[in-house]
Write a new protein. Sequence first.
Lengths: 173, 488
Amino acid sequence: MEELILKAQKGDEDAFTSLVYEIRQDLYKIARCRLSCEDDIEDAIQETMIVAFKDIKKLKKLEAYKKWLIKILVNKCNYIYKKNKNRNVSFDNINPESACMENERYTELEEMDFYRVLSGLTYDERMAITLFYLEEYSLKEISKLLKTNENTVKTKLKRGRNKIKQRYIEGGF
Amino acid sequence: MDKEEQIIMDLSKDIKIPYSYDVAIRTALNKKRKPNIMLLIRNVIIWIVSALSVLCGSFGVYAATGGEINGIPAFEWLGINFSSSYVDYKQEVKETTTTYNKTSVELVGTLASDYVTVLEFDVKLSEEDKQYLRLGETVYTEQDDIDLEKSLKQIEEDYQRSLENVDEMYSNTEDKDAAQQMKDDRKDQYVLQKKYAEERIEEFKKYINTIQLGFNKESIDGEIDFFENFPHSKDNIILDGEEIWCRNYENVVKVSDNEYKVYHVFLLTDDDLKGKTSYNITLKNNIIANNAQLKHGEDTQHEGFSLANTPNNARRIDIEGEFSVDVSKDKILADSNIIKLTDKKASYKNVTQEIEEISINPIQTIIRTKTIITGVASNKRYDYEDEIQNPLWVEFNITDENGNELKASSFETKKILTKGDGTVEEWYPGDIDGMSKYSNGTFELTEYIIVENNNTNKMKITTSFPAPSKEGNGEKYHTLAPIEIDLT
């Protein structure tokens, strides 16, 4: 990973693309927390890559690469969400028939644990849970990214966990 | 397994990702980037963006439109016709300096008015220096062909390496379609790069060498190879003994094969002059350099870009001695009407603009404006939709009493950011400090607008802030209500 970052910092586009490709699953999930429209997710990832590639030279802590990229992605997703609010439906209402996903097959949606874990949670709860458990962010880092304080993040995590727990108890999984 | 571990495990499971998402990643860096710009720069060809140079003012603009002299600089500079009153107000001076080889540069006149100071030079080149500067020849050299061969070889090597990278990237996957897609993208890029490299030579042949004057070379530091070709880009004037940077432009008119008339225009603000109306300008460590100019009737294939020079073509000659000249605005000020305003404002969302002063002089009209932009934050730098956050530049539309547009050119001369915590940063005019972090800040912009000489009794000034659209395919404009001013 470090070698790829150094190459990317020297302007190697393929190295940078490989870096993003390696973590595409995580980036997709984070984008999914905010956006439901595939077109918007693809725009978000592309915008993120363009900005990140331009600025990667400035990245000093190579180990922070992924978090740095996620930060850019979250901001891009928020921007796109704000702009296209009407077509980004609630996370719980992701509909395989919706127009912007007509080319994609979502017949396996019900089997996807990521979606089921996070269904019924608010955006902040989804992000807090995803960043905390999947990306191993600290409370402080989440609070910075979501532009809120640590206590609020704690509350979001707690509520999110309780909702998920309730579903486990109910045998939802 | 406890619930938390189960959550982690469930969240970590791969989910189905659409193929189009993969494609989006693979093509992101190709999709929205203009493909040719970096390539053009890559081969160390020096171009200037004419529009940008007006905005940033870092480079001289060299144009020899017009051509009729008869004592009047009948050039259109920055889109404004210079007033024929120039001859009435020009101060004659006689100060000659001579280089070796019998080339001479003579400062023959000055004109100082509000914001605009013009120095007029006669340049006579010896035959030897004319040949050395390659004047009258195209900027193309035989070395460019040799360099082209090297470039093509490098492009080929880069392309082959990129294909190997793709193979390596997809070595552990079965997704052959994706690998092929990426290879196809690389091939498209490779073909484009080759095309531009080959076309570049033809582009050079469209440009012919003329001259430029450069001043105060000793104060130029930094990337010397770059500044070699832009001698006006750093501290470029010694004003009453103090080296300062100011916007400056140059207009070159060819008189004969060996003779040129050069009008060098310095744009000096009230702050630069510290309120003085008479001042001394010193120019030392000066040079004559060659400079690319598009041949009459030719069109560059790169719209908005002008070739300034190439490494294989660039030549310069040092001028011995220095110029020191006293100039005064007093004569023009005596014939000027200066209107100071306090209540001419327009507001729009988080922007308030005020017209502070209008100076109507025999050469042109100068408008000074101040724009205050509140509530700016670095993390909203790219939020263009709802408010002004990133005032890269401001556009003005000036009309006369009959609604006809007046030719005008505007220059940001000061950009001050006061951050929410009270700290103050002064940015280079026309520049945005992308590294600065701030919230709840306030920008204060000072702009000078030069309006072509006119006889209107009323003026309407409409201001717009272009906001590059997110898609990068045009501008969205935030426009303030027009401000009307009675000039009588």
